[in-house]
Each structure stands twice: as C-alpha cells, then as structure tokens.
Ligand binder design. Structure first.
Ligand SMILES: [Zn+2]
Length: 262
C-alpha cells in the first residue's frame, strides 16, 4: 500500500509526465490502486455539481460518489482518498458522523460553518495529491491563488469577516507552502494558516483531526460565530463525532470590537 499513514515515505520516483495522457494514466492507476484496497462497495450516482463529492457511510459501510458528467481526475482521486482514510484510519475523514448527544441548534451552527470540517479533512486528503502529483497539483493551487486574488479584489474585507472565506484561504496558503510555492500569507488568515501548518497531514489520525478541528473552531468567535468544541464519543464501536457549543462569557462591547478588528 502506497498510502503510508505512520511515516513519511518519499515517492519512489517522480517521473516527469511527458504528456498529459501519461499523467492521466498515472492518476487513473493510483485511483484503481486505492479502490482495490477498499472493503466497502462504492455506489456511483450522477450529480449536477461541478466537482465529484463523496459520502462515506460507516454505518451502512458504503461509499456513495456523486459524479458530474465531466470531472478532473485529481478531483476524483481526492474523493477516493477520503474513502481510503475513512476505512483505514477513522470515519472522521469520511463524512460527518454526528452523535445523538449533539443538540440540533449546535448542529445548525456547525452546518453554517461547514468549511471548518471540509477544510480540516482536506488538509489530510490533499497532502497525498501534493505528495504523489506535485507538479500537476501545484498548477491547481496556483489557479486557486489567482481566483482568491480576484475574489479579494471584489471584496477586500472578506478574509476578515467571513469564516467560510478565511478558513479555505488559510488551507490554501498552507497547501501552497507545503507544495513549495512562494506566496505571502495575508495577515488576516495567518492564525488559520498556522492552525493547519501545526498539524502534520502525513500522519492522519482521529486525534490529529480533532486537534485541527478544535484549533480552527477556536477562531470562530472572532468571525461572530459560536465557540464549538469537537470530541469523539467512546462508548460505541464507531467513535462518533460530538460537537458541543461552549457557553461563552459576555465580552464588553469595546473589548469585543477591538478583538474583531484584527
Ligand atoms: Zn475533500
């Protein structure tokens, strides 16, 4: 198995793809290799979304992939890595498995900040795209940087006020640096960026994922969001995710506005 979860193995060789057909062949081979190691069946459904998505269900032990008519092979590989991590490491890498102990109101708050969970997962998933296909994935990252620049030109304050913009931006800069691309991290997302960089994505574990989730969640109140705490329940065979909302003390208005000015 090439997906090493305990140590960092450098790729045996990084053959430079001579043609895009060669690259496609290598990505297809990696997809086939990972899929061959999965135990649960994969159900493929059509999707109107621009990119593939996956739902890994540890209760039914099935992966449901939603595929658009046209899709990028690296996007497809990304979803297969979710499935692999879900089966081989922990369900926390597959989809959101919520414990019955989570209040509905807390779930609603969590869903409003969905990028928190998807970005935390993708830090561990995309590590392998950088590791296996550094040249091709670097092109993708550079394209994302250009898109971010365009978005910020339209709304310069978004990184300071919108958690669902800032969290993916923090992930993007962390991945950009991991891929060896030079880019200056905007001050507004430095803490977010730092949360990702402090967790080693080449060693995926439920503990590392929880540490990242809670580090990102610590920053929610600065964006006007709730203070959430993530933990795993330990009383079941599948260690489900529990999200709790923490009661926060009231911050005086002046102190609150000076904090949020960062
Ligand atoms: Zn993902």
């Amino acid at each position: 198995m090439q997906l090493e979860v305990t140590t960092v193995n450098p790729p045996a060789t990084h053959m430079k793809p001579r043609t895009s057909a060669d690259l496609q062949q290598r990505v297809r081979a990696k997809i086939r290799e990972l899929v061959s190691e999965l135990q649960w069946p994969i159900e493929v459904r059509s999707s109107e979304e621009p990119v593939p998505t996956i739902t890994c269900n540890p209760f039914r032990k099935v992966h449901i992939v939603h595929m658009p008519e046209r899709f990028g092979l690296l996007d497809a590989l990304h979803e297969v890595i979710h499935a692999w991590l879900c089966e081989k490491v922990h369900p926390i890498f597959g989809t959101v498995v919520i414990d019955g102990q989570t209040e509905e109101s807390t779930l609603t708050l969590f869903m409003q900040h969905e990028s928190l969970y998807t970005c935390a997962q993708d830090w561990f998933v995309d590590h392998w795209l950088i590791h296996w296909f550094p040249e091709e994935y670097s092109k993708t990252l550079k394209a994302y940087l250009r898109v971010l620049k365009l978005l910020l030109a339209r709304d310069p304050g978004a990184l300071r006020t919108d958690f669902n913009m800032a969290c993916p931006a923090g992930l993007l800069f962390a991945e950009v640096h991991r891929a060896g691309i030079e880019a200056e991290v905007p001050d507004q997302v430095w803490d977010m960026y730092d949360s990702f960089r402090r967790i080693d994505p080449s060693r995926p574990s439920a503990a590392a994922m929880l540490e990242l989730l809670n580090s990102l969640a610590d920053q929610l109140p600065r964006y006007g969001g709730p203070q959430l705490v993530f933990q795993l329940s330990t009383d079941k065979e599948i260690h489900n995710l529990i999200i709790r909302e923490v009661e926060t003390c009231t911050v005086p208005r002046s102190a609150s506005s000076s904090r949020s000015a960062r």
